[in-house]
Design a protein around this ligand. Structure first.
Ligand code: NAD
Length: 469
């Protein structure tokens, strides 16, 4: 395994305090070449191992991660600014859980042999997977991309996010103790435009598995067109929560706010547009203002807080600019607004959780991913218009539908252009496929469909009669 650190160039900042708490490794392009060559060389042997043998490594990794859970939670609290309970449940435990079921799903996909006339159709490992992760779930993206690639018999080169790398690199150190065969897993640290760009531009890479922003996803597709490398892209979203006329607002509204502010408002699948009928607007606004008014913003380690800071100075600038733009363009503020929340320390990257109402479909705030605790309310007349409004975006990652009964919600969910739709508050399922319609991505991750992306299909045509040579 190549850790790939040639310098400690990138500062990692605690968003609750503004203090530098570590550094991220920056590899050279030479190290990237070396890692991809090593992965390529190791591929032939690794592809012939049994799923059960590969699974043993991952089981041991899961045990090591579980044994270090407290330390990983601490790193996550400090680098991401999440309250400890949130860091444990949604970051660290989810990383460990993502290892479960992988062996049985890999057996299912790789065991999918089919007879078609004289042909045998089989699935095989794809080869070398280049995996690149985003900063908002840095530990579990590293664990799940790496584990999914190797359980399918691929070798892998991972570039973790350079913005929030501390827990991810600790997981890599634990992985190094497992002594995978040389070249099977490789991790290279560094910035996107240098190390990430060098990694996706390698001829020997067979699949690029990328999670990040839409713009970088498009840049990667442009580079990959040179070698026609398959890309699996998990990108952004501008996701609608559709509150049908029959929905129970007591259930729906707190859940929509929880989704919008989850991970301090920095989730690709967050519900950031609330779509409601005009006749219920006043009631919805009043209730939303009261729910958001009860949110307590502060440093991750302060007691009683329900919302931490956004992740960096750059993200703070970006979210603040969106809020200011919303105000300047005349949008009605239902909660929050510009400025700092009361009582937070000066040095942290805090914004006021903010809700704008009656945001027109062509407004920037109804179309652009903000990646902060900002909700827009959009009004319409009738269910058909609600569905149209939910779909009126270039993105198509997630949505939620709220109705008086689940069947009604599912009927509407089937008409929403999104890769995942939550109905009446159904919980996230880590083992079902995730991915986007439209500009939210290409392909799927997780579940059987996600693992299938990391394999190739081969048709073997037998002679028509047994004695034909
Ligand atoms: P980003 O696109 O800035 O960076 C993502 C990763 O790509 C980082 O590791 C970065 O170093 C690397 N990168 C940057 N430029 C590159 C280049 N030219 N070539 C190769 N790699 C490059 O995204 P981010 O700011 O880390 O994360 C936030 C974004 O990720 C949001 O848009 C969010 O919606 C999206 N996201 C999507 C999902 C999903 O499952 N769909 C999940 C989480 C985050």
């Amino acid at each position: 395994m190549i850790a790939g650190a040639v310098s400690d160039a990138i500062e990692v900042v605690n968003p609750s305090t503004g203090e530098v708490i570590g550094h991220a490794a920056e590899a050279s392009s030479h190290v990237v070449d070396h890692a991809v060559r090593a992965a390529s060389r190791a591929g032939r042997d690794w592809a012939t191992t049994a799923v059960a043998e590969r699974a043993e490594y991952l089981t041991k990794w899961g045990e090591k991660l579980a044994a270090e859970a407290d330390a990983l939670v601490d790193l996550t609290v400090d680098e991401l600014g999440l309250p400890p309970a949130v860091a444990r449940n949604t970051q660290v435990n989810r990383a460990i859980d993502s290892l479960k079921h992988l062996p049985e799903m890999a057996e299912t996909i790789l065991g999918q042999q089919r007879e078609v006339g004289n042909s045998l159709v089989v699935r095989e490992p794809a080869g070398v997977v280049a995996a690149i992760t985003a900063w908002n779930f840095p530990l579990n993206m590293l664990v799940s991309k790496l584990a999914s690639a190797v359980i399918m018999g691929n070798t892998v080169v991972v570039k973790p996010s350079e913005i929030k790398p501390l827990a991810a690199w600790r997981a890599v150190e634990l992985l190094a103790e497992l002594e995978f065969p040389r070249g099977v897993v490789n991790v290279v640290g560094g910035r996107g435009p240098t190390v990430g760009a060098a990694l996706v531009d390698q001829t020997a890479v067979d699949v690029i598995s990328f999670t990040g922003s839409r713009d970088v996803g498009k840049a990667i597709v442009a580079v990959s067109s040179r070698t026609l490398t398959r890309c699996v892209l998990e990108l952004g979203g501008k996701n609608a929560a559709v509150i049908l006329p029959s929905a129970d607002l007591d259930e729906a509204l707190p859940a929509v706010i929880a989704s919008c502010f989850f991970n301090n408002g920095q989730v690709c699948g967050a519900q950031t547009r609330l779509v409601v009928e005009r006749s219920r607007l006043a009631e919805v606004e009043e209730r939303i203002a009261s729910i958001v008014g009860a949110v307590v913003t502060g440093p991750a380690r302060a007691s009683g807080i329900t919302l931490g800071p956004v992740v960096s100075a750059a993200q703070h600038r970006r979210v603040s600019e969106f809020i200011a733009y919303g105000e300047q363009s005349g949008l009605r503020v239902v909660a929050g607004g510009s400025g700092r929340p009361a009582g937070v320390p000066d040095a942290g990257f805090f914004v006021r959780p903010t809700v704008f109402s009656e945001v027109p479909p062509d407004h920037r705030l109804a179309n652009e991913e903000i990646f902060g605790p900002v909700l827009v309310i959009q009004v319409c007349d009738g269910v058909e218009e609600m569905i149209e409004l939910a779909n009126a975006t270039r993105y198509g990652l997630t949505a939620s539908v709220w109705a008086g009964d689940v069947d009604e919600a599912i009927r509407v969910a089937r008409r929403i252009q999104a890769g995942q739709v939550v109905v009446n508050g159904g919980p996230f399922n880590l083992h079902a496929p995730i991915g986007g319609f439209k500009e939210s991505g290409i392909g799927r991750e997780h579940g059987l469909e996600g693992l299938a992306e990391l394999s190739e299909v081969k048709s073997i045509h037998r002679p028509l009669t047994q004695n034909t040579k």
